[in-house]
Design a protein around this ligand. Structure first.
Ligand code: IVH
Length: 719
């Protein structure tokens, strides 16, 4: 790629908008290419000064034409690009995320759910802690015999980046823990963040140096921590609050609150607004208190986190998917801004849904520039809610309207309302397309045969001939919780797809062999180098074996998310078994369909979707081709590996006294067992409490092993 000298270019003030847009776009590409050469290939082709000049010019154009500064702009992506450079660290205990709630009712429900799960009577107190949710990035610090040995970012929760060298420069993080009660292995977790003052100072310096500005303190903290040069991290006053932990060879305290106090005694900063609360009212009162303090804190928070205080209860409650059942983030309400709707773009999703996207005049909402927002679906634009009731008093949304945009945390911004007084007199209602913009096929709204209701989503009927659907499916296939192939993100998929190099999942795995014969090999193309191609092929090779649940999830079967994929993987154990049952289940009265929908969490809708997926001939062909390239492997959790009930089918019956039914089920599943609702020849074990009736009789009849609750705990231990 030619490197142009910015000095030869006209003054930014002299540029017309179109000219500026073109140059901004070209510069963006050029800078991205230099970033890649520098960071991925370790082979920069221009000097630092030349690179800085390019970036300065890019920034100058954005300063002159702020509408060019979209979320896609390079200036918004600072900090993310260095990631390939860090070694990976596997978290011995996964770093989880928190479920979110936005209303007082949701908090009541959260506490009620915990009480139900634990069968805690209403007169027994349940203590929870409440503390600010810091808007930074989480970090896991591992101490061995009191010395800091590694520091890792969260990453995907299982594997993060090794940022130890940088973390050693953070004054608020102790290098050594000297207290007598520090466990031999001790992983302290918390949030790295920047104060508002530090953020302003960093941006000031960035601006003086002609470097891009950070959009918010969180991005600045991430950019500062993920620096290749620890001296840069050292120059940024990063701070840290400890609020949780990972692996611990022994737990020094028995409650959340005391653990945090213990961290404080060991020399960590802990949040002074952490309180213990015993009722929902107290939780909500503390939430309001923190909300009122928010503006004075001097750092960003985006909600309040509630956690069950008693650690033995936390353990009993366990996890669902990626979040603990014992904790919840109560988020602050979203932030709004007013801007103009300049256009409506229709994107075609993986399942053919026509998704309307608002193109907005860029506007800052809570520190982030927003130029796109979701419009949900056709009805939403027309002013009809999903329940058929009018929304916004039935006011429709038109191009040219002044609209209110809302951004809540990390969720995609949405168009909330229309400022009707500012509607241009000549505006017309928006006509939603009835043809797919990607392939021209009819786009229809299906009628649900069971409810007789029209689906709110209009879908392209093009199926596999629709390039947009195919592309989206590929993107899903390689996404984080699916195949997660490093170096093969959405952009690369777009590129490969448009060139016809990868149009189906199986093509990914033949890319290397085809490349060696190709006339224009990847490494010769613009934007590629020997190293990046080598790394990509290595990443693809590494994914020829992967956990079954990831494989199932990657297929993109409608309604089959991560959790259902895990349930299916656990139930069937192998892809063949799932496929056989799904194929046999096309008769909805069959035993196979009954088996499929008897798996807890897999209902009729999901069952139908699975059957339809496997019925489709194109999918069969794709699966055959894919399975000749990759091997899905049954996965077992750490707990399940050593468990005496792994792979066994267990039935709980009668009234249980030491745990609730839900808890028993969660426990058995954690230990790798399948839990069934009825006794059959496939049952391996029945746990019967007092009052067990016909199921117990049947188990006796079939000679199935029977245990009471004590027997169960003796078998599996009290974990
Ligand atoms: S507890 C197992 N406490 O929120 C629970 N998280 O959505 C571990 N966060 O990745 C998290 N402040 O980065 C916890 N006081 C706090 C927090 C907090 C911020 C972040 C953290 C985590 C995310 C979860």
């Amino acid at each position: 790629m030619p490197v142009s000298t910015p000095s030869a270019r006209p003054h930014v003030e002299q540029l017309g908008f179109d000219e500026a847009r073109r140059e901004h776009e070209a510069l963006g590409r050029e800078i991205a290419e230099h970033d890649r050469r520098y960071y991925e290939d370790d082979a920069p082709t221009i000097s630092d000064a030349e690179y800085d000049a390019l970036r300065r010019r890019y920034e100058e154009i954005e300063a002159q034409f702020p509408e060019l500064r979209t979320p896609e702009s390079l200036s918004e992506k600072v900090g993310a690009r260095a990631s390939d450079k860090f070694a990976k660290i596997r978290h011995r205990v996964p770093m989880l995320s928190l479920a979110n709630a936005f209303s007082d009712e949701a908090i009541e429900e959260f506490v009620a759910r915990i009480r139900r799960f634990l069968q805690l009577p209403s007169d027994k107190p349940l203590v929870l802690t409440a503390e600010p949710k810091i808007d930074g990035l989480s970090l896991s610090l591992r101490y061995e015999r009191g010395s800091l040995v590694t520091a890792a970012t969260r990453g995907d929760g299982t594997e993060g980046e090794d940022v130890t060298a940088n973390v050693r420069t953070i004054g608020e993080i102790p290098q050594r823990l000297r207290a007598a009660d520090v466990p031999e292995i001790c992983e302290v977790r918390g949030e790295v963040y920047l104060s508002h003052d530090a953020f302003a100072a960093i941006n000031e310096r960035q601006s003086e140096a002609g470097k891009p500005l950070f959009a918010n303190p969180r991005n600045a903290a991430a950019g500062s921590l993920r620096q290749l040069d620890p001296r840069i991290t050292a120059s940024r006053p990063l701070k840290f609050f400890a609020y949780s932990w990972g692996e611990m060879s022994s737990l020094p305290r028995r409650t959340q609150f005391e653990m945090i106090a213990c961290f404080a005694a060991w020399g960590f900063k802990t949040n002074p607004l952490t309180r213990r609360c015993s009722t929902v009212e107290e939780l909500l009162a503390h939430y309001r208190f923190i909300e009122a303090e928010r503006a004075q804190l001097g750092y960003d928070i985006d909600g309040v986190v509630y956690k069950v205080d008693d650690l033995s209860l936390q353990e009993r409650l366990g996890f669902v998917s990626r979040s603990p059942r014992w904790a919840l983030a109560h988020k602050f309400p979203a932030q709004n801004a007013t801007t103009v709707l300049e256009g409506i773009e229709i994107n075609v999703g993986r399942t053919g849904s026509l998704n309307p996207l608002a193109r907005l005049k860029p506007v800052t909402v809570g520190g982030v520039v927003v130029s796109n927002a979701t419009l949900h679906n056709e009805d939403y634009i027309r002013g009809i809610g999903s329940d058929g009731q009018p929304i916004r008093n039935g006011v429709d949304i038109r191009i040219g309207d002044t609209v209110i945009v809302q951004r809540a945390g990390d969720v995609i911004p949405k168009v909330l309302d229309v400022v009707l007084e500012r509607r241009p007199p000549d505006s017309k209602p928006y006509e939603f397309p009835t043809q797919c913009p990607a392939c021209g096929s009819h786009a229809v709204r299906e009628v649900n045969p069971r409810t007789g209701k029209e689906d709110s989503v209009r879908r392209c009927t093009g199926g596999l001939i629709c390039p947009a659907q195919a592309r989206e499916r590929l993107k899903h296939f390689v996404s984080r919780y699916a195949f997660d192939i490093e170096g093969l993100g959405e952009q690369r998929i777009e590129e490969f797809y448009s060139e016809g190099l990868v149009t189906r999942p199986q093509d990914i795995f033949t890319l290397q062999s085809r490349n060696s014969r190709a006339l224009q090999r990847l490494e010769k193309r613009e934007g590629w180098g020997e190293t990046s191609v080598k790394n990509l092929f290595a990443a693809i090779e590494a994914r020829r074996r992967l956990p079954l649940s990831r494989f199932i999830y990657a297929l993109g079967i409608p309604h089959v998310g991560e959790t259902s994929a895990k349930l299916l993987a656990r139930h069937f154990g192998s892809f063949d078994a799932l496929r056989q049952t799904a194929c046999a289940a096309s008769d909805r009265d069959s035993e196979a369909f009954a088996e499929l929908t008897s798996i807890g969490g897999i209902g009729r809708v999901v069952g139908d979707a699975i059957v339809e997926f496997f019925k489709e001939t194109h999918n069969e062909e794709m699966l055959d081709a894919l399975l000749s390239e990759v091997t899905p492997e049954p996965e077992e959790s750490q707990a399940a590996k050593n468990s005496p009930v792994a792979g066994k089918t267990v039935v709980f019956t009668g009234s249980l006294e030491q745990m609730t039914r839900e808890e028993a089920k969660a426990m058995a599943e954690r230990l790798g067992a399948k839990v069934a609702g009825s006794v059959s020849k496939k049952t391996d074990l029945i746990v019967a409490g007092p009052g067990a009736g016909s199921k117990l009789d049947k188990a006796r009849e079939l000679g199935i092993k029977i245990l009471d609750e004590d027997g169960w705990f003796e078998l599996v231990g009290r974990s």
